[in-house]
Write a protein that binds this ligand. Sequence first.
Ligand code: X5A
Ligand code: ZN
Length: 675
Amino acid sequence: MSTEVMKMDTALIYDEEMTKYKLLWPNPACEIETPERLMVINEALKKNGLSDRCVSVPVREATDEDFLLVHSKEYLEAVKTTANMNVEELMEFSKQYNDVYFHQNIYHCAKLSAGATLQLVDSVWTGKVRNGMALVRPPGHHSMRSAASGFCVFNNVAIAAQYAKQKHGAKRVLIVDWDVHHGQGVQYSFKDDPSVLYFSWHRFEHQKFWPNLKESDYDYVGEEGGTGFNLNIPWNKVGMTNSDYLSAFCHVLLPIAYEFSPDLVLVTAGFDAAIGDPEGKMCATPDIFAHLTHLLMNLAGGKLCLVLEGGYNLTSLQQSVCQTVHTLLGDPAPRPAYLEPPCHSALESIHCVRSAHKPYWSSLRHAAELPTSISTQCNKSEKVGEMLEKEGEEESVEELDWPEPPTRVSPPVRTSVVLPDDVPYPDGCKRFKLGAVDDGALKALMDKMEMNQICNGLALVRDVSMAMKCVVQHASSFPNRVLVVCVGDAEVQDSHSTKDGKTLTVHFSNKDSEELIGKYYLPVCLKKGWSDASWFTQAVLGLLLPVGYQYDPSLVVLARMPDCGLCDSVWQQLTAVLQGLAQGHTLVLVQEGEKACVGPTASTLLGQAAPSMGKFHAPPVKEVEALERLRHKLQADWKLLRNTAPETGGGDEPDEEFQSTVWFKNLIKNTLPSN
Ligand code: X5A
Ligand code: ZN
């Protein structure tokens, strides 16, 4: 068993030179792509002490050979000539493409932009750092083999994916495109390539939004050998929120990404999907990027490279980038704010893409078919977008005000462990000194977590059931909520499932206890034979995580019973994703006999990436059906569990709209809705 602490550095790649080109003539479509974008990000990272905490990796110039991985020789040579053009010639040259401008210095910057991306891939792949971000201009994801497009000259991330395959032998690369525009250039590059899985969500509005392509819709799944390896979630309304994005991750991207099991993750990280952006007109707050980042950090053993794309509201842009970099560095994510139910239009899109991909991914095998009645032209009233339209305030998203994300303070102690004397202490953990492993020690540990002096903890206890009881009882003296996740067969006392909702228990066990289901007690069947990766995607990603996010606890208690039946990697993945909740305040209770899992658990609590899970088997039908019944029963109470749009005219619609309106008003009034 290796207790070696892995390198945990985060690379930051930036060069001021990339601020040295700009639009030289009037062009409303292009004026938002400014040098200030990079400048404000750089300033904000410095101001928040983030630059200093990262490893600064120098840029380089991408070579012809690098560009030719994706682009044609003719196009490359044509771009080279722009370095010697006058303004008039640059304007003429730009005209042959869509929404893009050239400048004498843009070719130079484009070489640095792609080169920075490749430097990042090199650093992460070789383990010099564990993850990182490249802050670049020009962006890349719209550019095609022989064409510039949408402010993009060369396709930085597409080049990086090819490069990772060819130079480093990467077998499977996941590209997550959370920019609000469709990266059609990336899609085209890998449309028939099953070794690159491309995921993009994007403002689409039934093809009315730029770049207005039919192939940006959910039913474009790739071609030939690459069929099933292109995932599009079209947003048909503006005003998408944190819940819509989290739903897309829990119900679409993550199950498929885990099944794909990439050995490298690249993010085309545009921040125009955040609130205040004039292009996206969406309403997700900057702190959502802390969660999106966190949720990607346990894929590919943590090998995660983010590359800047869009983002045009300078405030929202810098806040979002800071949230992202904090998370890359391992700082616990803030509690997710403003989680209202996902909107109808988002659920329609999610439903559509899940059903389109059902044939290709075993984790979607049970996904609902598309009802023939689904109206993708749904014109039901839709909260923010609709409200804005109704009030004739087309532009008001830009004037939105939102609270600045809370400052992220990491507790002085990351992981505290309470172990019997004969168990060796894992590296990097702090011994919680209080003598014996008893109730007193557990309570004191919880108090320190509550005071944010300790982030998380691990205790090896004689009787997990008893310890759990003690912990839950003690937590009831706190003002906030506790999520109890219990794995293995055990008596879970009735008192845990308090009616007031101060405790929510999710209990994975061998027993069929459907009759015990309640809003705050979720028994989930964990039969032998399905304690593997497919259990994780179905039960953890599709059920536990959405409920957990919506419940928004201030403490997570994860209890491991004897014979819990999970192998290390799955247990570690579970531990890792739960750390996105409760500001990372996780208390893990392990039964004494389960000593062997102390090391792996501690390493995950310390923020090391969880190892990839083994091979994916199709989940057992009976168990999935039971899980689906549970999800169905619960989705009235826990709306983030939904992965299909409720039938129109259904009972709870007006209520939902009411809630959204209240939420929206709260947001613009700069107040937090009470939970
Ligand atoms: C990288 C990026 C947007 C282009 C919009 C053109 N491009 N209308 O966000
Ligand atoms: Zn964009």
